[in-house]
Each structure stands twice: as C-alpha cells, then as structure tokens.
Design a protein around this ligand. Sequence first.
Ligand SMILES: NC(=O)c1ccc[n+]([C@@H]2O[C@H](COP(=O)([O-])OP(=O)(O)OC[C@H]3O[C@@H](n4cnc5c(N)ncnc54)[C@H](O)[C@@H]3O)[C@@H](O)[C@H]2O)c1
Length: 380
Amino acid sequence: MNRTQTTAPVRIGIIGGGLMGRECASALARWFALVDFPVRAELTAVCELDQSRLDWFKQVPTVRLLSTNHHEFLANPGIDVVYAAVPHHLHESIYLDVLRAGKDLFAEKPFGIDLESARRVRDEAAKLGRFVRVSSEFPFFPGVQRVFQLARCGALGRLLEIRAGFHHSSDLDPSKPINWKRQNKFCGEIGVMGDLGLHVAHVPLRLGWRPASLYAQLQKVITQRPDGKGGTAACDTWDNAIIHTNTPIGDYTIPMTIELKRMAPTEMNTWYLEIIGTDRGARFSTKEPKTLWTYRRDKEQVWERSDLGFATIFPTITGAIFEPGFPDILQQMWAAYIAERAGQLGDRFGCATPDEAVASHKWWRAALESHRTQSVVAST
Ligand SMILES: NC(=O)c1ccc[n+]([C@@H]2O[C@H](COP(=O)([O-])OP(=O)(O)OC[C@H]3O[C@@H](n4cnc5c(N)ncnc54)[C@H](O)[C@@H]3O)[C@@H](O)[C@H]2O)c1
C-alpha cells in the first residue's frame, strides 16, 4: 500500500508566490506521484504581496489561508514548514521571523544577502532547534547522483580537475527589462554568484571539497536596462563570474573551476559538473538530462554515454524509461526535505544545509575580494 495515503500531512506554507513559489505548489500538488513515500505533504497557506499572484493559488484545493501579510500568516497554527522564496534583501528578516514563529524553514538560496546574513540565520535556527535546509535541486537529477557516487567512492583515481558551472543567456538581450535580481540592493553585492552559486557549490561541498584559495574574474557587461516604465535603470550586479580555485582533496590540491554566467550565448539553464581523475571521469549536464558520460582509462581511453532514464532517488509512478525534467527534480528535492525532517532520509542525498550555504557565501566573499585586489585570496 502507498503509505502516503495513511499519515497526517506536513502542512506547508509559502511566502513569496512568484516564479519559485508556484513551482513549489506544483511539486506538492502531485505528491501522490511518489511511491511508498513515508510522509504526506500538502500546501495549506500562501503569503504574497501581489494580489493577482496570490489569487493564482486559489486553484490549489488544499490552500486554506491566503494572506498579504507574513506576520498574520506566521501566526497561523496550521503551518508546520515555511518555504520562503522572496528577493535576497528580505531573506534574513523573513527567515528569522519564520524561525521565531516556531516553524521549520525551507529557505531559498543564497540564504541571506551576504555572508553575515547567512551566519545569523544559521545560528538562530541552531539556537531555536528548527529544521532548516536550503533549496538546490540540480543534484537530484539521476545523472548528478551517479557523478556524486563515483567521486565519493574514490573510483576516479587521483583527481586531475573539477569543472562546475551554471549558465544562462537571456541577459544578453539589452532590451530585457531590469528586475530585482539585477540590482545590488535587492540581489546582493555578490550578484550572479548569489543567484546561481549554491546550485553549483552544493555537490562539491557535500563531497567535503572546500577551496583553500581562489582567483576570480568578475564581469559587469550591461550596466543600464529598461525600467519597464519608459526609462532606464542602473543594472549594477555582476553578470559573469569565473572562479579558479585551489581545492585540497585528500593529499593533493586540485584545480576546481566554477563558472557562473548570466551571459553565456545560447545557454538556457545549463548546469554542469565534470570530475576527471586518472582512472575514470564523470560528466553531467542539464543539456542531456537523462544522460551520464563516464570516462574510462583502459587499453583505449574512452568516453561512454549511458541513458539513465527516470532513476530518481525517491521512486515515483513515472516509468523508468522516461526522462526527468525541472519539475521532477524539484519534487525530488522536496521529498528529500520532508524525509530528512521526519528522520527518514537514511543514506540518501539530502538538501543543502545552512552550514553549506554559509560555506558557499565564503567563496563568493573571497571572489569579490580577489577581483578587487586582482590576487589569489584565502577562501575558507
Ligand atoms: N531554486 C531555484 O532554482 C531558484 C530559481 C529562481 C529563483 N530562486 C530563488 O528563489 C527566491 C525567489 O525568486 P523568484 O524567482 O521566485 O522571485 P520572484 O520575483 O518571481 O518572486 C518573489 C515573490 O516574492 C513576493 N514578495 C516580496 N516580498 C514579500 C513579502 N514581504 N511577503 C510576501 N511575498 C513577498 C513578490 O511579490 C514576488 O511575487 C530567490 O531567493 C531566488 O534566488 C531559486
């Protein structure tokens, strides 16, 4: 029997019903797709300032509270977990309000607008004993899991290099209007690193890989954009970041290169990870979402390609031959959050932790310093 039908649900509330708030609602709405999942989860409440966005959630039958005030929303006892998906300058204040209201938190990255902000939220959660994890869904692609396992079990031989990145391209269009993600006061001084960085840092951090030092090349390319009201507005965030790190792994220091780009021609949400060793290597990119590439040093040296299908961490009703996409990995990430909160994750891959988010912020802080001084700087 599917146990999801028998237990009381974890009641989830969303603060911020924009792009990601709606994705969360969609992942929870088809919870029944998870097979033999031990805990039920349902969306019960939404807080969103924009009335038309709030009204969208009226079509979700389990939602009982719609609010435009997050204090009123948090006073509601019918919420166990809050998913907060708001602009970065609001992360700290809203996350702290959630924790102090006695709720557990599923936070969005970058988990505070800067390093200090991230530390304050992490420390408050630890003090209050709340369960907190941070959103980062790409590791839940089956291909990424295979890369992770190969790296973790030491099958690759002596590591040669690691390349990880996340590329977008729509900002190349100078007529794309400004939004909060392109303004330092809302997005944070770390710019593209706050936007895309934790997605890329999550797997290396989970493998225990923490760069000791780094050199960063940061670029601001388009500095003015249409403001959507007939004028222009300053676009002052970093667009692209290329970060060259020295990362101690075992007895060696390995070059790990991280590329975070809003301006990578033709790339549309391309997340990739490549880990190369002397014996084997592994590579995954969202460009081929069902595919794992592995390198093997035999008599001949070959790259092999395997189609993995729908081999997700948490089984679903979806047939094994089908291919996973963004909504699927988002639901897998939610399943990991809910399972871990219930003490049922076991040895499966878990969501990014507050400590990992803080560690990633150290990299971005170091990258700013490296670019400013044009030098290699410590990053731990
Ligand atoms: N995990 C991912 O793949 C992913 C993708 C995109 C964005 N994000 C992150 O999600 C967060 C939100 O990004 P988004 O793209 O959904 O932004 P968005 O602008 O689409 O949505 C944010 C929403 O928050 C609402 N809001 C602002 N202040 C509020 C308040 N005080 N109370 C209630 N609602 C409020 C806004 O009205 C807006 O609808 C950011 O931290 C961002 O970095 C994550």
